[in-house]
Design a protein around this ligand. Sequence first.
Ligand SMILES: NC(=O)c1ccc[n+]([C@@H]2O[C@H](COP(=O)([O-])OP(=O)(O)OC[C@H]3O[C@@H](n4cnc5c(N)ncnc54)[C@H](O)[C@@H]3O)[C@@H](O)[C@H]2O)c1
Length: 279
Amino acid sequence: MTAAFARYDLRGRTALVTGAGGLLGRQHVAALVEAGARVVVSDIGSAQADATIAAVKTVTPSADLVPIVIDVTSPTSVGTAGDDLTGRGIMVDILVNNAAIDPKVTSSPGVMHSSRFEAFPVPQWQTEIAVGLTGAMLCSQVFGGAMARRGRGVILNIASDLGVIAPDQRLYRQADIVRDEEQPVKPVTYSVIKHGLIGLTKYLATYWADQGVRVNAISPGGVFNHQDPAFVERLTRLIPMGRMAQVDEYRAAIQFLCSDASSYMTGQNMIMDGGRSVW
Ligand SMILES: NC(=O)c1ccc[n+]([C@@H]2O[C@H](COP(=O)([O-])OP(=O)(O)OC[C@H]3O[C@@H](n4cnc5c(N)ncnc54)[C@H](O)[C@@H]3O)[C@@H](O)[C@H]2O)c1
């Protein structure tokens, strides 16, 4: 590592990524490994964590990866994982709160679409908030609390461009559905969770500022993942750079925000959205 990048060096540090089996979680793990960190790869099931470990090891066979099952909605699961890691001498220096539920909504002709605000089911509200928001709170309690006691650490919350702007519901319209109330929308939970994560970021950044724990958020724009071409076309018209993100384009930001390269930054939300939120 050249002198210019010395502050990005994560050798000797341990990071924990929640929801690490998903599309971006795998990228976060790879980014942290690239900077030299040992990474605790956690997801709700071992299959998801193992898949990420296998993929990262294909590129970096020497990667130091520790699989663990954590259901971020469960205080018991998060607490047990914390005890388990501590018992094995593994102290988490960096927590990436990334887990989320991406609800699959299906259309039923003749009834109001369940994603619409007027019909949004309370159990779905509770489930999604439990993962995206309560999960980040619980993991911060356990792992951030331990960091504060040790006097050093970093928390990074994965928010979204929809943590700073409202969803443009025209993006989600389906041409073959005539009645407005049958049209799917981006659910209210997504906005609430992502705005909430930015609030949690500011709260914890000030709460632990004098205990050496820095807390920031990153708000990525949409990642191209072979979505419906009509959706992609509509979305890219809203993005000054004229395209969605490539899946690996947030890696350098993760390295910056999780390392001493960002040592004087806390309570901030780094927006990386191809310019969408400034248009
Ligand atoms: N993909 C994008 O375009 C995009 C854009 C902006 C922000 N984000 C945010 O980035 C993060 C990752 O997104 P993604 O696209 O990789 O999502 P994803 O759905 O691919 O991955 C989410 C992961 O969270 C896990 N998870 C779900 N419930 C859990 C629980 N109770 N406990 C632990 N893990 C659980 C899932 O198993 C999955 O592996 C999310 O917070 C998402 O909102 C994504």
